[in-house]
Design a protein around this ligand. Structure first.
Ligand SMILES: *Cc1c(COP(=O)(O)O)cnc(C)c1O
Length: 409
């Protein structure tokens, strides 16, 4: 039963056949499809308003500036930031985390500790490794619970790991490879208690339920537009304004300086300080439309819908012979991650594609975690607002066909 009977009509891309079968799109954790209103916002901007922002006094430039800054205000409201200046537009989660790593990481010294978790996406892992190398800081990880507990965070380890030496605690809200949901509010509180700054990777959560940065108590939050029905190439770094204005810029150039002479330059405050050059105006405006769209569906309802489908998928897949289902029971989000001993995830994805089903298989940018769990990868089905219960039956039927082909049943 769908919460929104007509929601599929909003997504033009869904209405096609793949390999002669109706498309079943279950790769939403990699990127979500775009509703018509988001696509229209892009077209409208380029057909009517296209101009550069901030430096123009003519009508189109003022319109573009109003729409771009309006988008910032809309994003601030979407996550309940205290002010629009706390929203920095970036290319996405990866760029947002790199921005914090470079700007905040620059003040780290040998002896300082960066704490991450073993379930981080490479985007929230490699930038910290690089900063640790260049500053002499130490990178430590909160372990993921044992090979058979399948991936909850070991919170008891925090007692010894969260010391006053920790300057940054970076963690994901929802694991993209396990579906585990981390207690972000508690993690932010515990970071604050030792004077560490919290960096929340919200790539998997932002489009799938309510998200309130102040209720969570996060210092920095990174997310991508394309996983929440917005365009690619646009995302957000949220930072508390007191913190943002203590940081230097990552990139320098036009638009971010208050004055320049031949000897040097002075920075504007956030957000301009962190948005050197011409920003991604059109995609920011379309991302604001995606916020309207998701709020229109009701984000609490989205969480219920996605989690319901994932729960149902876990249940229906669990009877397949030899299946290993990942993610901690009880705290899973809207995706299922699984593996079979005898069939490689890439084969499963290739065969499912014959049935018109889009899945993702592999290490999901979580190589160290996969190694720890003794896997080369998993197959992942991830759900969103337009998915339906019937699609899970098709998924299970497709898995049965594949297992039979490989002689695994
Ligand atoms: C997708 C994802 C990222 C990276 O997002 P980009 O849009 O590729 O920058 C980071 N972390 C998690 C948990 C993700 O799912």
């Amino acid at each position: 039963m769908s919460s929104w009977p007509n929601v599929r009509a909003d997504f033009p891309v869904l209405h096609q056949q793949v390999n002669g079968k109706p498309l079943i799109y279950l790769d939403n954790a990699a990127t979500a499809q775009k509703p018509r209103c988001v696509i229209d916002a892009l077209v409208h901007y380029y057909e009517r308003d296209n101009s550069n922002v901030h430096r123009g006094l003519h009508a189109l430039s003022m319109r573009a500036t109003d729409a771009y800054e309006g988008a910032r205000t809309r994003l601030a409201k979407f996550i309940n930031a205290a002010e629009p200046a706390e929203i920095i537009f970036t290319r996405g989660t990866t760029e947002s985390i790199n921005l914090v790593a470079h700007s905040f990481g620059a003040r780290l010294r040998p002896g300082d500790v960066i704490l991450a978790t073993e379930m981080e996406h490479h985007s929230n892992l490699v930038p910290w490794q690089q900063i640790a190398k260049s500053t002499g800081a130490t990178l430590r990880y909160v372990p993921v619970l044992g090979v058979n507990a399948e991936g909850g965070l070991d919170l008891t380890a925090l007692d010894t790991l969260l010391t006053p030496q920790v300057k940054i605690f970076a963690f994901t809200h929802i694991s993209n490879s396990l579906g585990a949901i981390n207690p972000v509010r508690e993690l932010c509180r515990r970071a604050r208690a030792v004077g560490a700054v919290s960096v929340v990777d919200a790539a998997q959560s932002i489009g799938h339920g309510p998200f309130d940065v102040r209720e969570i108590g996060a210092d920095f939050v990174a997310f991508s537009g394309h996983k929440m029905c917005g365009p690619t190439g646009i995302g957000v770094l949220y930072g508390r304004s007191e913190l943002l204005n203590t940081l230097g810029p990552d990139e320098t150039g036009g638009g971010m300086v208050s004055s320049v002479d031949f000897e040097g330059a002075r920075w504007k405050p956030a957000p301009e300080r962190f948005e050197a050059g011409t920003p991604n105006i059109a995609d920011a405006i379309a991302l604001a439309k995606a916020c309207d769209y998701l709020d229109g569906l009701d984000r609490a309802e989205i969480a219920r819908h996605d989690n319901h489908l994932a729960g149902l998928a876990y249940e229906k897949l669990s009877v397949l012979p030899g299946i290993r289902l990942l993610g901690p029971t009880g705290a899973r989000s809207g995706l299922v991650s699984f593996s079979f001993a005898d069939v490689h995830a890439h084969d499963i994805v290739t065969f499912a594609d014959e049935d018109g089903i889009a899945l993702r298989g592999g290490h999901h940018c979580n190589q160290p975690l996969m190694r720890k769990l003794g896997l080369t990868g998993t197959t992942r089905a991830s759900f969103y607002v337009y998915n339906r219960e019937e699609e899970i039956d098709a998924l299970v039927a497709s898995m049965r066909r594949i297992l039979k082909f490989f002689g695994a049943t």
